[in-house]
Design a protein around this ligand. Structure first.
Ligand code: FAD
Length: 504
């Protein structure tokens, strides 16, 4: 094991290193508990790197009367803007309104007024005429445009937000391990849980002893529980797909909120540096979370919306650079309902003997959710819940750019760009290995950077150079470098489907 888990009894073992588990580990460690966290793949490798990356109140939830959820989300948005200014940035959206739209201008004005009040901002929403909407977004469909509005939410990098929580937990003495899987069955011995965990790199299996377990495995959560028969394992949640398009092809200036022309759902066009990200779909799925991928039908649904809002772009499947999917681990499963109508609120369940399972939730509300879970953990440990301070202490990473510059000062060759199209440097990747617990090429290319999401070959072409550049820090032999590249090609196929081989 990279850090030993043996020979001690933890207060808490968190299983799963997505945003939920990372938030719980940070909170518990900051309260002084003895914490371990194991993640079978990499931190944020599940749903937490496949989100729309919005830290948002969820204006659409107002339609379903979920005021409590919206209030909590807007409060959390403000908290995260404060404690992670380097990771969470304000993002202004334009919401164009067309004739006969499901959400007309009156409804939109009312919704935005409530949204402002819930965020503690007592001001009228910014409503626009059709001409003003077109000044903001000149390439929007003009026909039947009645006007619109703008509002501000926030955006983040979901993998980095997760990693910041992991690094903070570690700084508060938690043992955090990626590529370490908790195995079934989890057994109980007197007042302790015994959890077998397998370390990926060495394949060694170790018993972890802990008083409380938090199952934060998101869409995998039923896998760990012995009581679920196979057919219940099919209840994963709702699948959400995004596609990346060249921004200059779509022509959007900023973020745009759209209503799907197919089923009236709220969707987004989101601006990246050189990309436009479009999402998302929302369909019930039984696909195993390790294998969930975007289908041609998913892409077609998203392209249809882009075509309706930005008709001059004449966008087609050939413009799609990259497409990926994630599973929302919803607390309720009801295929009779439209998944978009199912609440995103979380549920915390306890078995009465120190096993706590989390389902549902959002990236936005992870911190508040973690606070509730850790209160339960303390009660399980026979303590009164102590004060949670995660909303007062800045998340780490504010000095990352400076620290990467220092890597370049020490070795100028690392200034080299990983690929000419994107701003990432080899120094950043070396830093990922040395300071951010990256163990594989996919950790580096999918989550410490987002290269895999931003290139049509998903970074396969540059994988050998990257392996070479980090080999000394990662202690990879010639054989290990080749194995990493092979494994990366496999990972790309698993997450995105096969990369375009013509680019390799
Ligand atoms: P995950 O991130 O899936 O983490 C679970 C982890 O457990 C995984 O990393 C997995 O590898 C690990 N694991 C599984 N089994 C084991 C085991 N046996 N041992 C060890 N580890 C294990 N929310 C927002 O607030 N804003 C948004 O814009 C937004 N957009 C979204 C868009 C889409 C398409 C989707 C799908 C979701 C979106 N969400 C959004 C919701 C948000 O992304 C999720 O609620 C959140 O990421 C779930 O995190 P999690 O930690 O619970 O699950």
């Amino acid at each position: 094991m990279r850090t030993t888990l043996e020979g001690r009894i933890f207060d808490l073992l968190v299983i799963g290193g997505g945003i939920t588990g990372a938030g719980v580990a940070r909170d518990a460690a900051m309260r002084g508990l003895e914490v371990a966290l194991v993640e079978k793949d990499d931190f944020a490798s599940g749903t937490s790197s496949r989100s729309s990356q919005l830290i948002h109140g969820g204006i659409r939830y107002l339609e379903h009367g979920q005021l409590r959820m919206v209030r909590e989300s807007v409060r959390e948005r403000e908290t995260l803007l404060r404690i992670a200014p380097h990771l969470v940035k304000p993002l202004e959206f334009t919401w164009p309104v067309y004739r006969r739209a499901r959400v007309n201008r009156t409804k939109l004005r009312a919704a935005l007024s409530v949204y402002n009040v819930l965020a503690g901002r007592y001001r009228l929403p910014s409503m626009y005429s059709a001409d003003s909407v077109l000044e903001r977004e000149p390439l929007l469909q003009r026909r039947e445009l009645k006007g619109g509005a703008s509002y501000t939410d926030a955006t983040t990098d979901d993998s980095r937000l997760t990693l910041a929580n992991i690094l903070s937990a570690q700084a508060h003495n938690a043992v955090v391990l990626n590529h370490t899987e908790a195995l079934r069955p989890i057994s109980r011995d007197r007042d302790e849980w015994l959890v077998k965990v397998r370390d990926g790199p060495s394949e060694m299996v170790t018993d972890v002893r802990t008083r409380v377990v938090v199952n934060a495995t998101g869409p995998w959560r039923l896998n760990l529980e012995r009581r679920w028969p196979q057919h219940r394992l099919q209840r994963r949640g709702s699948k959400g797909v995004h596609i990346a398009l060249p921004r200059e092809r779509v022509g959007n200036r900023g973020a745009v909120t759209m209503i799907s022309p197919e089923d009236g759902r709220v969707m987004f066009v989101l601006p990246g540096e050189r990309l436009t990200i479009v999402g998302t779909t929302d369909t019930w799925t039984s696909e195993p979370p390790d294998e969930v991928r975007a289908s041609p039908a998913d892409s077609a649904y998203l392209l249809n919306a882009v075509d309706a809002y930005f008709p001059e772009a004449r966008i087609s499947e050939a413009d799609v650079l990259s497409a990926w999917a994630g599973i929302r681990p919803l607390a309720d499963w009801d295929p009779e309902k439209n998944p978009s109508d199912v609440s995103r609120e979380h549920r915390i369940t306890q078995n009465g003997a120190g096993m706590i399972t989390v389902s549902g939730g959002k990236l936005t509300t992870y911190r508040a959710m973690a606070e509730q879970i850790v209160n339960q953990v303390e009660l399980e440990l026979g303590k009164k819940p102590s004060r949670c301070s995660t909303g007062d202490v800045e998340l780490p990473g504010n000095d990352r750019a400076e620290r990467i510059s220092a890597v370049i000062s020490a070795d100028a060759a690392l200034r080299e760009a990983v690929c000419p199209e994107l701003p990432y440097t080899m120094a950043e990747l070396r830093y990922g290995v040395e300071h951010e617990m990256a163990l594989t090429l996919s950790d580096l290319l999918m989550r410490r950077t987002r290269i895999a999401f931003e290139l049509s070959d998903h970074g396969v072409r540059v994988a050998p150079q990257v392996a070479e550049a980090v080999a000394a820090s990662a202690r990879w032999s010639e054989y290990a470098k080749r194995a990493q590249v092979e494994a990366y090609i496999g990972e790309v196929a698993r997450v995105f489907g096969a990369a375009e081989r013509s680019h390799w």
